[in-house]
Ligand binder design. Structure first.
Ligand SMILES: [Fe+2]
Length: 289
């Protein structure tokens, strides 16, 4: 999801990150005052028994799946399936979420904002992967953004969320240095319970926008994570129909592709006004020791 990237300079290098730190590229830097914001009235519910919790199993599987990862590296089908099996069966309670939490309350968007605040719960980030949860109240929007060189697993834990996603059209002429042609991959709603969806560095809908039709929560696993120093910056986009630009070049393009299902995606500033994500402390079952 795209928002003013927030990883601090060397954050992506930290091997054993603090699981309680707040860390999402979608959180604007000016929101740092919220970094240590506590969640309300929720107790830790770590399993102290012999049985491994679902979230711990997720973490251990991610370590294995992304062990030889890197920018543009897609895990093997076996590994993808391994992670998918865990995510497909995950439930809100596995990460200590209930739909009655304050994050999910219906609230109007503040003035000058098109989205009510979305809360990001950071579970883990290391060099190879990151895990986090976006909590969206009804009408919450995570604007159109990309995932450079990443494989991303998204699991809707509850609620109904509309997803619109695109992939770049390879070898198409660029409209201008900041505007490229993209092909629509998905434009529909998902309702939990549902399987995890996966996007890849070059396909599967690498650029996407999430819109909450009801309150919802989505767990994201990114491999590798965003990292500004390594050039994996989260970029936000505006979309324009092909008709929006008229030039001879575009006329040629129109002849080559069906208009429907294609759009121009234009890079935006790092801090889009419609980005409204704040961080909060994850207090669900422990992710790691
Ligand atoms: Fe995303």
């Amino acid at each position: 999801m795209g928002f003013e990237m927030k990883p601090e300079k060397d954050q992506c290098k930290v091997k054993n990150s603090n699981p309680n730190s707040v860390n999402s590229p979608h959180i604007k830097k000016k929101k740092n005052k919220n970094k240590n914001k506590k969640t309300l009235g929720r107790k830790r519910s770590d399993s102290q028994g012999d049985e491994i919790t679902v979230v711990r199993r997720l973490f251990e599987t991610c370590k294995e799946v992304f062990s030889n990862g890197g920018p543009g590296v897609i895990p093997s089908q076996d590994k993808i399936q391994q992670l998918r099996n865990i995510l497909d069966n995950m439930k809100p309670e596995d990460v200590g979420l209930t739909q009655t939490m304050p994050y999910f309350r219906q609230i109007s968007a503040p003035e000058h904002r098109s989205s009510p605040p979305i809360t990001y719960l950071h579970l883990h980030q290391c060099e190879q992967f990151s895990i986090g949860i976006f909590c969206l109240p009804p009408s919450g929007v995570i604007p159109l953004h990309n995932h450079p060189g990443m494989t991303v697993f998204s699991k809707l834990l509850f609620g109904t969320m509309h997803i619109k996603s695109y992939d770049w059209v390879v070898d198409a002429p660029m409209r201008d240095p900041k505007t490229r042609l993209a092909k629509l991959k998905m434009d529909s709603a998902l309702t939990a319970p549902c399987n995890a969806s996966i996007l890849y560095p070059e396909d599967g809908g690498n650029m996407h926008r999430f819109t909450a039709k009801t309150a919802c929560a989505v767990l994201d696993v990114l491999g590798p994570p965003y990292c500004n120093p390594e050039g994996r910056h989260c970029t936000y986009f505006l979309e324009f129909p092909l008709d929006n630009f008229s030039s001879e070049e575009d006329n040629v393009l129109r002849g080559e592709v069906e208009k429907e299902g294609y759009a121009w995606l234009q890079e935006r500033d790092d801090n889009p006004e419609d980005l409204n994500v704040v961080g909060a402390l994850y207090t669900g079952p422990k992710v790691e020791d």
